[in-house]
Design a protein around this ligand. Structure first.
Ligand SMILES: *Cc1c(COP(=O)(O)O)cnc(C)c1O
Length: 546
């Protein structure tokens, strides 16, 4: 009895161990999937993601079981099942007609390289688990640092691989990058001083008491990303102490108002930790006046951070990088490679002008991250991290500056062309023109445009908000239906011009970073929207009888 049990256990154990040793059988379902994926990624996505939208509540039914299955499955069965439930109802984010979000289309080579990265399974937290990947990550940070700050060669020779310095921190995305930057700003402001051991050791209350501040604040425009709210929460600063400064009509922060707010805070003994400039806002894609913000930060003697999570990739264009002038004066800069650099999700970076900056968050532990080691984990918020830097490295090498120049310039110019196309239509209205490759617009029949203009001239705010209310309903209807039809996708957001709250409106938002999006597709997007507007809905008839 006992011996039989042992024998059985051994047999299933052997079967189990085979998943770590045997390669996948060449004709299995998973190998077939893998082959199709690597032969034609776009074809695979197009074929296997079903076009028509299934309601989320229906999809949830496939993911209902809450118990871990007791008995193992065959890999092929699992793969088969996932093709039907998971892949079929995924979103085809790299379709040329998917122009609503910042997710990028991927070059084919990141696929096999990702597989290699996963296979190697390095952990970037420490050298012991990531030899070679650590120097590679430091090199990627060095290249991106050079892209932003353009220091001389000896700067990089000295600091790029130095144990006690770092030119940036690689992380999962813009959120962690922003948190890291402002964490550093906080720790530098409230550093150890005499008997006071610094905010890191003693906490925020003691730090405020020691330095004699009543409170702390961070200044950013109303278009700042919501990750800053999370940051303020985590750092103990409080979401209410992210002071949102209005933008001018061009969606760029009003620096005069920011200076006034800073003065007011100072009068109340509230210390500004940092000013955050946005280079490419999430909603309208505009860039704050970075040089003026750098001046203000110098006046206030505070940290200057630039959130270029989305827009930072535009620095790769020599033709358009002037749009981000002043970014090189920032103490820290956030750039997401997974937004406009054609790298898969999970690749964010924060770059530090001063290679000493990260020492403000340096953390040591005995078993790893020993003093003097080159372990990257001592200066990152995250612990265990994958070797994603390899995919950024690959894109930088394979695409190169010249390749990015073409890709970025084309995106920006495509957005300008699309804006022109929208302006030419008498029943569409461009709401925010593209500064980079993001724009917003809405569908407004010509007659309604005239009515709206007149109501604004007459200062008839009731009429304006009545029209806008109906237009909001129509825009939402069109956006939702277009998504459901599955041919193309634009996103939507709500834009409130600072000087006229009555003009607040829902708009279509388009991000044009996919190199495969052609003019024909953009034309079709407008035609489809025009056609949907005529479909049964309560808004258009009301608008036309106003
Ligand atoms: C996307 C974005 C973020 C957040 O980045 P994640 O990678 O989503 O964490 C922050 N700021 C701006 C301006 C962004 O566009």
């Amino acid at each position: 009895m006992t011996s039989k049990q042992t024998r059985q256990a051994t047999a299933s154990e052997a079967a189990l161990l085979r998943i770590f040793t045997l390669p996948e059988a060449p004709h299995s379902t998973l190998s077939q999937i893998e082959k199709n994926l690597s032969e034609n990624l776009m074809g695979f996505l197009k074929e296997n993601i079903v076009a028509v939208e299934k309601p989320l509540t229906e999809i949830e039914k496939d993911f209902q079981a809450h118990q871990i299955p007791a008995s193992p499955s065959f890999v092929s069965d699992y793969a088969e099942q996932m093709m039907q439930t998971l892949i079929a109802h995924s979103v085809h984010t790299s379709a040329p007609s998917f122009i609503g979000h910042m997710t990028s289309a991927l070059p084919y080579f990141v696929l096999p390289l990702s597989k290699m990265m996963v296979g190697l399974n390095q952990n970037l937290v420490k050298i012991e688990t990531s030899k070679a990947f650590t120097p590679l990550e430091r090199q990627v940070l060095g290249m991106m640092h050079h892209l932003v700050y353009g220091q001389a060669d000896d700067f990089y020779d000295n600091w790029m691989h130095s144990a006690n310095h770092s030119l940036g921190a690689f992380c999962s995305g813009g959120t962690v990058a922003n948190i890291t930057a402002l964490w550093i700003a906080r720790n530098r402001l409230l550093k150890a001083d005499g008997d006071f051991r610094g905010v890191t050791a003693s906490g925020l209350l003691s730090a405020l008491r020691h330095y004699g501040y009543d409170d702390l604040a961070i200044l950013v425009s109303t278009r700042g990303h919501y990750s800053l709210g999370k940051t303020a929460d985590l750092l103990g600063i409080g979401r209410d102490n992210i002071i949102q400064i209005p933008c001018a009509k061009d969606n760029k922060v009003d620096v005069v108002k920011m200076r006034a707010a800073a003065n007011e805070l100072k009068a109340r003994n509230i210390k500004v930790i940092a000013i955050v400039g946005v280079a490419g806002t999430t909603e309208t894609g505009n860039i704050d006046p970075l040089n003026a913000l750098a001046d203000l930060a110098a006046e206030l003697e505070c940290h200057f951070h630039v959130d270029a999570a989305w827009g930072g990739a535009s620095l790769l264009s020599n033709k358009y990088r002037h749009l981000l002038a002043g970014i090189e004066r920032a103490d820290s800069v956030t750039i997401d490679a997974h937004k406009q650099m054609y790298v898969p999700m999970g690749a964010g970076m924060v770059l530090f002008k001063d290679p000493q900056l990260a020492n403000a968050i340096k953390h040591h532990a005995e078993y790893i991250l020993r003093k003097g080691s080159k372990d990257l984990g001592s200066q990152t918020l995250e612990g265990s991290r994958p070797g994603m830097a390899m995919l950024v490295h690959a894109c930088l090498q394979v695409i190169g500056r010249d390749g990015y120049e073409i890709l970025i310039n084309n995106s920006l110019e495509k957005a300008r062309d699309f804006a022109e196309l929208i302006k030419q239509q008498e029943d569409f209205q461009l709401v925010s023109a593209p500064e980079l490759c993001l724009l917003t617009y809405r569908y407004v029949p010509a007659k309604v445009q005239r009515l709206l203009k007149q109501a604004v001239l007459d200062n008839d705010l009731n009429k304006v908000s009545q029209i806008n209310g109906l237009l909001d309903g129509l825009t939402k209807f069109i956006q939702k239906r277009q998504r459901e039809q599955g041919k193309s996708f634009v996103s939507r957001t709500r834009i409130t011009p600072e000087d006229n709250l009555e003009l607040t409106s829902v708009v279509f938002r388009v991000v044009l970073a996919n190199p495969l999006t052609g003019d024909d597709i953009l034309q079709q997007v407008l035609e489809e929207q025009r056609e949907i507007a005529q479909q049964d809905n309560p808004f258009l008839p009301q608008l036309l009888t106003l």
